[in-house]
Design a binder for this molecule. Structure first.
Ligand SMILES: *[C@@H]1O[C@H](CO)[C@@H](O)[C@H](O)[C@H]1NC(C)=O
Ligand SMILES: *[C@@H]1O[C@H](CO)[C@@H](O)[C@H](O)[C@H]1NC(C)=O
Ligand SMILES: *[C@@H]1O[C@H](CO)[C@@H](O)[C@H](O)[C@H]1NC(C)=O
Length: 341
């Protein structure tokens, strides 16, 4: 009896070490093959790789790690991409933050871009947050400014709920998950059905979606690179696993709502929305009367901002889902202004 109590105490005492061990991994620098885990898109900086163990397999997370350009301010900014995006989506934002003295770390999440596309993986916001935390710990970065866009903002919300002590301030840009899609009547969709939609993606379908939702129907030749970055993966060497992983990400968004928890966020938070954004997971297959209720960022912005303990809302009346690409000067000036306030 005494022995089992003692071993119970020992196990309890060992738990922090076990958690730390789980967080460990190796940082690798290239050169890597041009086609890294199914993406041969050329990144604006050479990617680095965090090799770690997760769910009993060895995985790679590619990431950009850009030093401050000019006088360092001693801070790190971590940028989390959304679905349909990769670390290079942050090209302009990385440059703006680096010029202000930030070190900038922008990972590709597992299942995306130049990171592993595991054939079997349980995707959850918690798991992706844990992977991201492990990467930052391997880099020796304990606290940072966390900036997430789209599904990356949903992930950043979960991250800040799990690891509030790590997040010095939080920026949620055009978030997915300001509303709970299933609660609002979106039917759950199987991973098979969702994968079929992913596999049917083409240059034309991706561009059509981005033009309508990201750019409020405007199109400029400079946007083409972001369509091609995705087409490159959809038709790349990891197409089969990638389309499944993306379907799993849809499941993750539907089944892991963060909408009830905005009131619990501890860090100072900036919420940025474009009122012409209509992003809503499930709007494409929900009954029309349900779809009509989704993605109203002009309403969701103030509604969620009012729940934040320490929040500021910036709502752009005329912008869509990607202000960092369509209106970088306005967005970066507002972002840097809030960060330095
Ligand atoms: C990527 O792959 C495509 C298709 O195979 C090829 O046309 C393109 O040149 C490759 N790009 C790079 C940067 O290797
Ligand atoms: C990133 O920004 C630089 C500087 O503006 C530009 O030259 C480069 O083409 C951009 N890369 C991508 C992938 O947009
Ligand atoms: C918001 O956060 C900032 C920075 O941590 C702090 O100085 C300020 O007092 C907070 N405001 C409120 C209302 O909690």
């Amino acid at each position: 009896m005494r022995l089992s109590l003692l071993s119970g105490l020992l196990v309890a005492a060992l738990q922090p070490a076990a958690v730390a061990a789980q967080a460990s991994g190796t940082i690798l620098d290239g050169p890597f093959p041009a086609d890294l885990h199914g993406s041969n898109f050329t990144y604006p900086w050479p990617p680095r790789v965090f090799r770690f163990s997760s769910q009993l397999q060895e995985l790679d997370m590619a990431f950009l790690d850009v030093p401050p350009c000019g006088a360092p301010n001693g801070k790190t900014a971590v940028l989390l991409h959304g679905k349909n995006f990769c670390a290079p989506t942050w090209n302009g934002t990385i440059r703006a933050l680096s010029a202000r003295g930030y070190r900038v770390v922008a990972p590709d999440q597992v299942g995306f871009c130049k990171s592993s596309k595991p054939a079997a993986y349980q995707f959850s916001l918690h798991q992706l947050a844990m992977n991201t935390r492990a990467l930052l710990q391997a880099l020796g970065v304990e606290t940072f400014t966390l900036i997430g866009h789209s599904v990356g903002a949903m992930l950043s919300t979960r991250f800040a709920l799990l690891y509030p002590e790590a997040v010095e301030e939080l920026v949620l840009m055009c978030p997915v998950g300001l509303e709970d899609y299933i609660q609002k009547g979106v039917p759950y969709i199987s991973i098979e059905a969702s994968r079929a939609t992913e596999a049917a993606s083409t240059y034309a379908s991706i561009r059509g979606y981005q033009q309508a939702v990201y750019y409020v129907n405007e199109w400029r030749p400079a946007y083409d690179v972001w369509v091609n970055m995705l087409v490159n993966i959809y038709y790349g060497s990891a197409r089969e696993a990638f389309t499944k992983n993306q379907a799993q990400v849809v499941d993750m968004v539907l089944t892991g709502p963060v909408a009830p928890y905005f009131k619990d966020l501890k860090p100072r938070t900036l919420l940025v929305v474009g009122e012409k954004d209509r992003t809503a997971i499930g709007a494409a297959w929900a009954p029309p009367q349900v779809a009509a209720t989704l993605g109203h960022f002009d309403v969701l912005g103030p509604q969620v901002a009012s729940q934040l303990a320490n929040g500021t809302l910036i709502s752009y009346p005329d912008l869509g889902h990607t202000p960092q690409i369509s209106h970088p000067d306005i967005f970066h000036s507002d972002l840097l202004g809030w960060l330095s306030a």
